[in-house]
Design a protein. Structure first.
Length: 528
């Protein structure tokens, strides 16, 4: 199950462990128990600081395939129910290393906020091993548990606990429960968890305000290809640079197949996101991850106010917040997110095995989603509003060759209907003639493009009617010293490689602006 190459790598990782870590497995019988024990023993054999033991002394372990992590005999509050392979393998290894004393890669303000929580919080995170977004949530909550003994968290593999999935009517991952109640589901990342914790207890923002940073030369908002490119170019100029990002990679992290990034024949969104972070880490960039910007205040020195309450003072700002999935805006969409309405076929597709689903959108993302789902579900029906599909011909040809993909063009989605709280059909209208149809199905995947993440700069910089930030050829916005780049802007053709170029351009423009500030200051000194 674990290759020799991985075990060799693990041996190197464990050399710096400071504490002994024990995997405490619940006693009992289960068809997957021997597989779990072998999996954990293979890992523990790479270091004398790792051990596996079977016990029934941890009362909240739910199953014979559940285990807890102890560090030097102390319960960390971290549990796994299932065998954390696939995308969750890294979650286990990181939890193991962090429990042993490896530094947590969290902003100091965020650490202080989590450490200040006084109520008992028990999180349950339902995941699919094929979900590439789930590990971010699992890993964030694992770190929260290590920071605060009042917090405990459990990763639950939905594939092995179908009775719970059915009982709670879960149809999408990650699905997060707090103290047995729904906390967040559907499109969730670590920044959403932080936001919801702040909503639950606004006073935590006071604890989150860490020691104030010195005046920054450049503050970058957004951690996608454009933002990372801007950060690297700015840091290479020797500038004081801070990045605020809800997650590194942005929308790229949700893209599985990338084949048009020149010089990289093929990669995936998660791999590229990891490479972006690794490259940026080569430079002196202050990263505040899992946080968002509430607003920006203008002036000769700008103020960037974070969701945590922290204020960053900076000479220039580069906005690179990208875009998010566009919503249909029809009845039933928001009401049934996580109960039949989804936006990520890679994450939620496995929940619809053998079922009938729809994909809304005939662009590249829509047709790619249909092709991904076709190998899992019984049938896929694609709905395209325009008379012709907008996807690349190679994708359209593949979709048309699949027996279980049906394509409807020139149709408008009217309503997503549900029975007993779960999606049961979709109502659509033929735009040429007006005939209305009601198609029975189990799930709807919305893939109709993106909307720019620019709401927080309303009134600060000019935007067009689509919400895109208006920029010139140098990425300058309507506000002095504020630049923007990537998918959040009016730049045409929303592509990774274009965003990277725009990020570097924004950085060079900001640097040029900073030089003019220095010249102005020098001239003022001469006059004086």
């Amino acid at each position: 199950m674990i290759t020799n190459e991985i075990l060799t790598a693990l041996k190197g990782y464990t050399e710096q462990m400071k504490k002994n870590v024990t995997f405490v497995v619940q006693t009992g019988e289960h068809t997957k128990r021997n597989e779990l024990l072998k999996f954990l023993n293979d890992i523990s054999n790479v270091s004398d600081k790792l051990d596996v033991k079977e016990s029934d002394h941890i009362a909240d372990l739910r199953s014979p395939i559940s285990f807890a992590l102890e560090a030097d005999g102390v319960d960390t509050g971290i549990r796994f129910s299932g065998i954390p392979g696939g995308h969750e393998f890294n979650s286990l290894i990181l939890a193991m290393l962090q429990a042993s004393g490896t530094e947590l890669k969290l902003d100091d303000g965020l650490k202080a906020m989590v450490a200040a929580i006084e109520e008992k919080l028990h999180f349950e995170v339902f995941i699919s091993l094929s979900c590439h977004n789930c590990p971010e949530v699992v890993q964030a909550l694992n770190q929260f548990a290590l920071l605060n003994p009042n917090i405990s968290t459990e990763m639950i593999d939905g594939g092995l606990f179908q009775d719970i999935i059915k009982d709670r009517e879960i149809q999408g991952v990650p699905s997060v429960y707090l103290n047995s109640n729904v906390f967040a589901n559907g499109k969730v990342d670590a920044s959403v968890l932080v936001e919801k914790l702040l909503e639950r207890n606004p006073n935590l923002a006071n604890a989150a305000v860490s020691e104030e940073l010195p005046l920054q030369d450049v503050t970058i908002v957004g951690g996608g290809p454009a933002g990372v490119s801007a950060a690297i170019y700015s840091a290479r100029k020797g500038l004081a640079v801070t990045m605020i990002a809800d997650r590194i990679g942005g929308q790229v992290k949700d893209t599985m197949d990338i084949e048009n990034l020149i010089s990289v024949i093929k990669t995936t969104g998660p791999e590229l996101s990891g490479a972006l972070l690794a490259h940026m880490n080569q430079y002196d960039v202050t990263l505040k991850e899992h946080l968002k910007v509430d607003r920006i205040e203008q002036g000769s020195v700008k103020k960037v106010i974070l969701s945590s309450g922290e204020v960053i003072k900076t000479k220039t700002v580069i906005i690179a917040t990208g875009a998010k999935w566009r919503e249909l805006g029809v009845p039933g969409e928001k009401e049934y997110i996580g109960n039949g309405v989804a936006y990520c076929p890679h994450c939620d597709g496995p929940f619809y095995k053998g079922k009938d689903v729809a994909v809304i959108g005939g662009g590249n993302s829509g047709i790619e989603a249909a092709l991904d789902l076709a190998g899992i579900v019984k049938s896929v029906t694609v709905f395209e509003f325009m008379p012709e599909l907008k996807a690349d011909k190679v994708l359209v040809d593949k979709a048309e060759s699949k027996d279980n993909i049906t394509i409807h063009k020139n149709v408008a989605t009217k309503e997503i209907k549900a029975t007993n709280g779960k999606v049961s059909s979709i109502e659509f209208e033929e735009r040429d003639g007006g005939k209305v149809h009601d198609l029975p199905l189990d799930g709807v995947f919305v893939q109709i493009g993106l909307v720019p993440n620019s709401q927080f700069v309303e009134g600060v910089v000019e935007r067009n009617r689509f919400g895109e930030i208006i920029i010139d050829e140098k990425c300058q916005t309507s506000a002095d010293g504020i630049y923007a780049c990537g998918d959040v802007t009016t730049v045409p053709y929303k592509q990774i490689i274009i965003s990277m170029g725009e990020g570097s351009k924004a950085s060079l423009s900001a640097f040029e602006y900073l030089l003019t500030l220095e010249d102005d200051e020098d001239n003022q000194e001469l006059v004086a």
